[in-house]
Design a protein around this ligand. Structure first.
Ligand SMILES: O=C(O)C1=C[C@@H](OP(=O)(O)O)[C@@H](O)[C@H](O)C1
Ligand SMILES: C=C(OP(=O)(O)O)C(=O)O
Length: 429
């Protein structure tokens, strides 16, 4: 599908962003292995989270919905999953595959998990190795690095993982497997990655302790089904916040967006660049911090250097941050972000190619991007590369560029932000 974009009129008023993808996945998974029902409100009905529901159904869990973003999971307890009769399909979703591998590692049955062409190229050894050390047998191409992966789980022993990457998917896979091991499992990571698994495990009744970059979990807890109200996804909100920051006259409110500090790096960096963003009515909902976000055009963004502990706090927002950088004055350097190469596309290469099509000055670095901002951008025909974040970043660039932009392969936007196209069409001049 082609998405056609023209220079935008100002973004004005309230826009609602769909539920958080990371939290929606986790609510279904924990709901499935908890005792009793879990009611999820504001669930993200994006393709990725639908893949998680589909896999859980194949594992014998009855799930109602999504119906108006409400999902009911009839949990069967820690040992209630059934051997799937068919291959589990994680689609385009790295989170589904890596977190589910953690759960499958603890099951006394055989399962096979695969995904689409993009996911079958993404590295899985980062989870299959520690899960193997915990006692699961996992086989796949390239030394169990590439899906399809066949898992024979069960009889896990507790583990101490000192992870080389700050990855919430790695941390979560080991913690979910740790639920099935008698004793304590701990994970240490170089920088703190998103902590939704830790927060939700505690909310469902597990014994979890977090100390800086270390997480400790006691195995074999009794998880109890809960009501989970999913906050709006800050990763989706970021596209509208950047759009409002670069399109003259804009002033928007995004109600009920998650502002968990392990996710809000994009706000910190946009503030540093000079963006006008306010957090209103800050509150806590179901163990997650939430706020209404107001973003206004300022007309004077400037370049920044971003790296280190900030990167895991905005990893999925780098494509749209690069758009802001191309429209800002001065140089922006994004470093320590080699993880971008193993997302739905190689996002260092695809962001540079996409912005280059608009006439922006962008250089690829081995671990990030160098953007020399301030050029007048010209509408372009660009490819999504099957990557939802690249498609949406291109659309936002098109709003601020001269002339028409066409985003090819824009159907992938439904992976994380169904409704994006409707919002964008409503603001075209
Ligand atoms: O745990 C999660 O929900 C996610 C973790 C991040 O991946 P990594 O763990 O690979 O950094 C992120 O990029 C992904 O979109 C969602
Ligand atoms: C990297 C992403 O997701 P996943 O790893 O779940 O495919 C993303 O949504 O940008």
């Amino acid at each position: 599908m082609d998405l056609r974009i023209e220079p935008a009129g100002a973004l004005k008023g309230k826009y609602s962003v769909p539920g958080d993808k990371s939290i929606s996945h986790r609510a279904v998974m924990l709901g499935a292995i908890a005792e009793g029902d879990t009611l999820i409100e504001n669930f993200l009905p994006g393709e990725d989270c639908l893949s998680t529901i589909d896999c859980m159904r194949k594992l014998g869990i009855e799930i109602e919905g999504p119906d108006n973003a409400v999902v009911k999971v009839h949990g069967r307890g820690l040992d209630g999953l059934a051997e799937p009769e068919d291959i589990l399909d994680a689609g385009n979703s790295g989170t589904t595959m890596r977190l589910l591998l953690g759960i499958l590692a603890g099951q006394p049955f055989f399962s096979v998990i695969t995904g689409d062409a993009s996911l079958r190229r993404r590295p899985m050894a980062r989870v299959t190795e520690p899960l193997g050390q915990m006692g699961a047998q996992i086989e796949g191409r390239q030394g169990s690095n590439l899906a399809p992966l066949a898992v024979r789980g069960g009889n896990l022993t507790p583990f101490f993982l000192n992870s080389a990457v700050a990855s919430a998917q790695v941390k979560s896979a080991v913690l979910l497997a740790g639920l099935y091991a008698k004793g304590a499992t701990t994970v240490t990571e170089p920088y703190r990655s998103r902590d939704h698994t830790e927060r939700m495990l505690e909310y469902f009744g597990a014994d979890v302790e977090v100390n800086g970059n270390h997480v400790w979990l006691s195995g074999r807890p009794c998880l109890k089904g809960q009501k989970v109200v999913v906050p709006g996804d800050i990763s989706s909100a970021a596209f509208l916040i950047v759009a409002a920051s670069v399109v003259p006259g804009s002033d928007i409110i995004l109600p009920g967006v998650g502002v968990n500090p392990t996710r809000s790096g994009i706000l910190d960096v946009l503030w540093e660049m000079g963006a006008d963003i306010e957090l209103l009515d800050r509150r806590d909902e179901g163990g997650e911090p939430v706020a209404d976000i107001r973003a206004r055009y300022t007309g004077k963004l400037s370049g920044v250097t971003v790296g280190g502990e900030t990167i895991p706090r905005l990893i999925d927002e780098v494509p749209v941050l690069a758009v802001a950088a191309a429209l800002a004055g001065g140089v922006t350097i994004i470093k320590d972000a080699a993880e971008l190469k193993v997302k739905e596309s190689d996002r260092i290469a695809t962001v540079a190619a996409m912005l280059g099509m608009f006439g922006a000055d962008v250089e690829q670095l081995p671990d990030g991007l160098l953007v020399r901002g301030g050029r007048q951008l010209k509408g372009a025909v660009c490819e999504s590369h099957g990557d939802h974040r690249i498609a949406m970043a291109a659309a936002v660039t098109g709003l601020a560029a001269e002339g028409e932009t066409v985003v090819r392969g824009a159907e992938c936007i439904d992976v994380s932000f169904p409704g994006f196209e409707t919002i964008i069409k409503s603001i075209l001049k």
